[in-house]
Design a binder for this molecule. Structure first.
Ligand code: GLY
Length: 374
């Protein structure tokens, strides 16, 4: 393992300390964005429900603080109702159960968690459209809406649940679906310059590609940075679980685009391709997630190449730690400032986001020699 600079341990200690403190207020709630210094709690079915328990598991893995374990377990149990309710389930099943049930199963071997995660993996698999070879993203957001042909780049991060399900059951069905979806992403989402589409629309009956939507990016032609981060890390994970060279190449292609478009402080704007009159807010969460992908990538390539990815990931995390961290701010629950959740809908702009906090902690844990939870 590469030598760690001093700030890494310091960043981890501050993360663990702040998470432990915040856990006394948040408990088994589901934070998403910190507004005016306080995390707003969402219902259990919201796509971000896994990140807080995931963060607690990361810290628990190191400190063995049973209070954090108990809270993470309570969060996981609350997700049972989301499965029972059914209608709110979308493709983010992957984020939600990977960071709760799969994490607990990997750390503690609990059978109950394995059962829950397998149930979730089956529900994710059922969203696969055979004709279009994509996993359907969402259910209708409003009455009458038909989005059955929509697939989104974020789904790359949901696929590890399927790889995990195949590995624990020995049944390759789940992995086949993950591979099919990933190949669709290679064909229709990743552009020649390494930027990515957020939403691709298919005809759900024939599987034909119909078009592209801007989604959370500025426009259909722009380059939403968190989408690129989902693609980068998702493709590196795809390579980890399949050994398929094409996913490694795709991860590198997106990584090069990402690194080349970073501003001076190495933390991305929310979109890499903005017209001059649009506010260039940062999205620290995109930086944190991309950094995790870069660190994984650095372990997947030969030594000569490895340093490029490791240094870029490390530099991003260092900038997040020293320029964006809310370490000594008593009035702020978030760890990492300046995330942008949804600029086009003007939601949660320039605030800490729970996935920014999660990926920052995961990145630091990776620098300390641990695996991520995906
Ligand atoms: N997966 C939704 C987002 O990245 O905001």
């Amino acid at each position: 393992m590469a030598q760690q600079p001093d700030w890494v341990k310091e960043a981890w200690n501050k993360t663990a300390e702040k998470v432990s403190k915040t856990s006394r207020r948040i408990g088994s709630g589901f934070p998403h964005a910190s507004v005016n210094g306080k995390y707003v709690l969402e219902p259990a079915h919201w796509w971000t429900a896994g990140f807080w328990p995931g963060l607690l598991w990361l810290v628990y893995r190191d400190t063995k603080d049973t209070a954090l374990k108990t809270i993470a377990e309570e969060c996981e149990a609350k997700l049972d109702q989301v499965i029972a309710d059914y209608y709110r389930l979308d493709h983010d099943i992957g984020f939600m159960w990977t960071l709760t049930s799969v994490a607990r199963y990997k750390l503690l071997g609990e059978e109950e968690s394995k059962r829950r995660a397998l149930l979730a993996a089956n529900l994710l698999s059922a969203r696969f459209n055979i004709k279009g070879r994509y996993i359907r993203a969402w259910n209708p957001w409003r009455p009458g809406e038909d989005n059955s042909g929509w697939a989104i780049i974020d789904c790359m991060m949901n696929l590890p649940l399927l790889y995990w399900a195949s590995s624990v059951t020995g049944d390759p069905r789940f992995k086949h679906i993950a591979v099919e979806h990933s190949d669709t992403v290679l064909t229709h989402f990743i552009r020649p310059d390494g930027s990515v589409n957020h939403i691709v629309v298919f005809d759900p009956a024939t599987g034909e590609k119909i078009g592209v939507n801007g989604g959370q990016g500025y426009s259909a032609e722009s380059a939403w940075s968190r989408g690129a981060a989902w693609a980068l890390y998702g493709m590196a994970l795809g390579y980890k679980y399949t050994g398929e060279e094409r996913y490694l190449q795709a991860a590198k292609q997106v990584a090069h685009f990402f690194i080349a478009n970073l501003p001076e402080d190495f933390v991305p704007h929310w979109d890499f391709r903005l017209p001059p009159d649009v506010e260039k807010y940062r999205d620290s969460s995109a930086g944190a997630c991309a950094a995790c992908g870069l660190l994984l990538l650095s372990k997947q390539v030969a030594d000569a190449e490895s340093a490029l990815y490791r240094q870029a990931g490390e530099r991003m995390l260092h900038s997040l730690y020293s320029n964006y961290g809310a370490w000594d701010r008593e009035d702020e629950e978030g760890l990492i400032l300046h995330g942008t959740s949804h600029y086009p809908e003007r939601r949660n702009i320039d605030v800490p986001l729970i996935y920014g906090d999660y990926y920052f902690a995961e990145g630091i844990a990776q620098l300390l020699g641990h695996d991520g939870l995906f």
